[in-house]
Design a protein around this ligand. Sequence first.
Ligand code: B12
Length: 213
Amino acid sequence: MKKDEILDNLRNSIVEGISEEAVGFIHKAIDTNIDSKQILDEAIIRGAEEVGIRYEKGEYFLADMLLAADAINECMNIVRPKLIWEKHDTKGKILIGTPEGDIHDIGKSIIIALLQGQGFEIFDLGVDVPPEKFVEVALKEDPDIIALSGLLTVTISKMIETVTMLKKKGIKAKIIVGGGILSEESCKYIGADAWTKDGWKGVKIIKNLMGDN
Ligand code: B12
């Protein structure tokens, strides 16, 4: 099977939510020496985007999205260790989570994998995280960056609450927010230092925030 064919099959099995098939193709992709960045960009991220399009068109329902999410997460578990390119000293500590009320975590697991691949140490608080939890762990771990991921419009108000509380407690870490609902304007309202709706761009921004160009 040609490389393009393997990536197409992988993407399709993700979109169809057939986990065993997706796992089979991801192993095939790795055995064929397809670059892990290419697997992530052309099959996993594009597959996740296609699921979103189908949902928005009314062709997919919640059950379809959950099956696709399972397939994506299984693929991420396999590809994540392959994304670790640099195994030297940690580039910095990042505390990440999806704020309270929001359970979307596909984008978050992708950005975590990208950041770990670049040598960052990650503290993942998971999903549905109350502002108090961000504060508690930020005080304990003293991260360089605090990253909030969110996909629901209502999450913006939780991001505002979280950032306000972090600043009130004197936490000096730079704050980045990420996810499809964000914009320059919402970033300003939230009080974050940066925003993005693109994983690779997010890595670049975080490196800039750390002063590492
Ligand atoms: C999959 C999905 C689900 C799955 C989530 C599974 C999971 N484990 O995550 C399930 C089925 C659970 C779900 C539930 C719901 N969903 Co939903 N879901 C989606 C869907 C189809 C895809 C999201 C996704 O994973 N995209 C792919 C990833 C790769 O993209 P991403 O998250 O944007 O991440 C990228 C970047 O943004 C960036 N990034 C992400 N986070 C971060 C963080 C940082 C710090 C950085 C730097 C970068 C970064 O990196 C990633 C890679 O490039 C979207 C539609 C869409 N087009 O987005 C709807 C969508 C987000 N869901 C929506 C809704 C309404 C819901 C529900 C309320 C539905 C319901 N009626 O119950 C519930 C809410 C549950 C809850 N409380 O959170 C709406 C939100 C509308 C809104 N504006 O508020 C959307 C937009 C669909 C729609 N058009 O209506 N959903």
